[in-house]
Design a binder for this molecule. Structure first.
Ligand code: HEC
Length: 155
C-alpha cells in the first residue's frame, strides 16, 4: 500500500477537522443570532404542534383528557423557557429571519406579563375538569393571540 505523503496526510486531517467543526448539517454556528432564532422558532413550533393536538381533540367532541394533559404540560414547560429564547441581538436587523418584534426588547415588562398570562392559562387548563375544558382552551388561545398581537410581526 503506497504511503501518503506528509502533505496529503495534513490535507486529510485538515478536511476532517473542518467537517467536525461545521458539522455535516447546515446548523447555524452556536451563539449566532441565527442559532438563537432557530432555537426559539423550534420551541414555538413545539408549542404550536401541542396546541394543535389539544384543539383537535377538544373539537372532536370527545376530548382525550390524558392527551390534553400531556400536551398542555409540554406547552407549560416550553413556555417557562421563553425568557431564555430572546437573547439581545436576535431581533429584527440581526440578519436572522425572525418575526420577533423590537417590542420584545423595548417593552420587557409587557412581554414578561404576556408570558405570565400564558403560563397561568396553561395551568388553568391543566387543572380543568371536562366541563371547563373548552372555555379554558379558549383562554389559552387568547393568551397566544395577545402575545402575537404585540410581539410577533404579521406576515
Ligand atoms: C409571550 C409571547 C408569546 C406567546 C404567549 C405565544 N407566542 Fe407564539 N411566538 C411568539 C413570538 C415572538 C414568535 C416569533 C418567533 C420568531 O420568529 O423568532 C412566535 C412564533 C410562533 C410560531 C411560529 C414558529 C416558527 O416556525 O417560526 C408558532 C407556530 C407559535 N408562535 C405558536 C404559538 C401558540 C400556539 C401559542 C399559544 C399556545 C403561542 N405561540 C404563544 C410569542 C409568543
Amino acid at each position: 500500500m503506497p504511503s501518503l505523503t506528509k502533505k496529503a496526510r495534513t490535507a486529510i486531517v485538515l478536511t476532517i477537522t473542518a467537517l467536525l467543526a461545521t458539522g455535516c448539517s447546515d446548523d447555524p454556528s452556536p451563539g449566532s443570532p441565527a442559532a438563537a432564532v432557530k432555537e426559539r422558532r423550534d420551541n414555538y413550533r413545539r408549542i404550536g404542534d401541542a396546541y394543535k393536538q389539544i384543539k383537535e381533540t377538544i373539537e372532536s367532541g370527545a376530548p382525550d383528557a390524558a392527551m390534553v394533559q400531556r400536551n398542555t404540560t409540554l406547552i407549560r414547560n416550553v413556555a417557562a423557557l421563553q425568557p431564555a429564547l430572546f437573547p439581545a441581538g436576535s431581533g429584527q436587523g440581526s440578519g436572522a429571519t425572525t418575526r420577533a418584534r423590537d417590542a420584545v426588547w423595548s417593552e420587557p415588562a409587557l412581554f414578561a406579563q404576556r408570558q405570565r398570562d400564558f403560563i397561568a392559562a396553561a395551568d388553568a387548563l391543566l387543572a380543568s375538569g371536562p366541563e371547563t375544558l373548552s372555555v379554558r382552551h379558549e383562554a389559552l388561545t387568547q393568551a397566544c393571540l395577545d402575545c402575537h398581537q404585540d410581539f410577533r410581526e404579521r406576515r
